[in-house]
Design a protein around this ligand. Structure first.
Ligand SMILES: NC(=O)c1ccc[n+]([C@@H]2O[C@H](COP(=O)([O-])OP(=O)(O)OC[C@H]3O[C@@H](n4cnc5c(N)ncnc54)[C@H](O)[C@@H]3O)[C@@H](O)[C@H]2O)c1
Length: 278
């Protein structure tokens, strides 16, 4: 169990995509350190389940319906958060995901795999995936930025991916969006450095979640061809578990640990990025 970061107690964190697999873990961990949590998700009920779990363990959390691509819903959420908690110290931009319309069936052109080729990709699907992973981070940072700047030691934590460095096959929109996240993290870090707002990102490696379980595991629980490649390329030889992200999250959120750190993306990947495969 990670020692309590007392420095964070009483602060307020806004977590977009906070009812998702990885960010709900982050929410619960921050709450354990005394941080008040606002979960922002398109469906308030899903966020409410996470908020209820936090409340049952003695923490403080609210759930608000908000779409990171809808500025007015974000502004409405900000109003409710200020009304309830009076401040925002940390923004975690966790909302994101993928969609079949933006995924090619074959890894490489001409493989003869049935389904979407690169030339079939739907431009709306492509834009939607790019936007939910990138523009949503921009919009939420804009909407909560001014409030963050009033805090004593504010921070933004973006969520990137291994696909931001060398793009994974099949997912061009997602990869381009996550590469943009790394770039935008540096941009915002520079822009707000003198104003005291630190901006960093976390780049998870491969985590087995409900969403990608079917891609990564066969029905009998064995590895698919794709997940075999992942494990082969991960020196630690396992998928990540949501808990693996928590230490890095706390380090980047707590300026008593990372007060001179801004503009970086930290891989939490079991060595995936360091490995050339040879
Ligand atoms: N699971 C992995 O292996 C992995 C690896 C690298 C990066 N990531 C990133 O981590 C983050 C969380 O992923 P996860 O695996 O927990 O997935 P998840 O699907 O469980 O969580 C994503 C959450 O974002 C929400 N969301 C999506 N679009 C939204 C929108 N427009 N407005 C508001 N909420 C929206 C979804 O409803 C969901 O609750 C994502 O940014 C993802 O790209 C995941």
């Amino acid at each position: 169990m990670i020692p309590i970061h007392e420095n964070l107690t009483g602060r307020v964190a806004v977590i977009t995509g906070g009812s998702g697999v990885l960010c709900s873990k982050m929410a619960r961990e921050l709450a354990r350190h005394g941080v008040k949590i606002a979960i922002l998700n398109r469906t308030a009920e899903k966020g409410q389940q996470v908020a209820d779990t936090i409340s049952r363990s003695g923490g403080t959390a609210i759930s608000i319906a908000a779409d990171v691509l809808d500025r007015s819903s974000l502004m409405n959420a900000r109003e409710k958060i200020i009304e309830t908690f009076g401040r925002v110290d940390l923004l975690i931009n966790g909302a994101g995901g993928n969609h079949p319309d933006a995924i090619t069936a074959p890894e490489k052109y001409g493989e003869g795999v049935e389904g979407n080729s690169f030339f079939d990709l739907d431009e709306n699907g492509f834009s939607q995936v790019f936007s939910s992973n990138f523009t949503g981070t921009f919009l939420a940072s804009q909407v909560f930025g001014k409030t963050l700047l009033q805090a004593e030691a504010p921070a933004i934590l973006n969520v990137s991916s291994m696909s931001s460095y060398a793009p994974m096959t099949k997912v061009p929109a997602y990869s381009a969006a996550k590469a943009s996240i790394n770039n935008f993290t540096m941009w915002m870090a520079v822009h707000f450095a003198e104003a005291g707002l630190r901006v960093n990102a976390i780049a998870p490696g491969f985590f087995l979640t409900k969403q990608n379980r079917d891609l990564l595991l066969n029905e009998d629980g064995s590895l698919t061809a794709r997940s075999n490649k992942i494990i082969t390329a991960t020196p630690m030889k396992r998928f990540g578990q949501p808990e693996d992200l928590l230490g890095t999250m706390l380090w980047l959120a707590d300026e008593s640990y990372s007060g001179f750190v801004t503009g970086i993306t930290v891989p939490v990947d079991g060595g995936f990025m360091a490995y050339s495969g040879v």
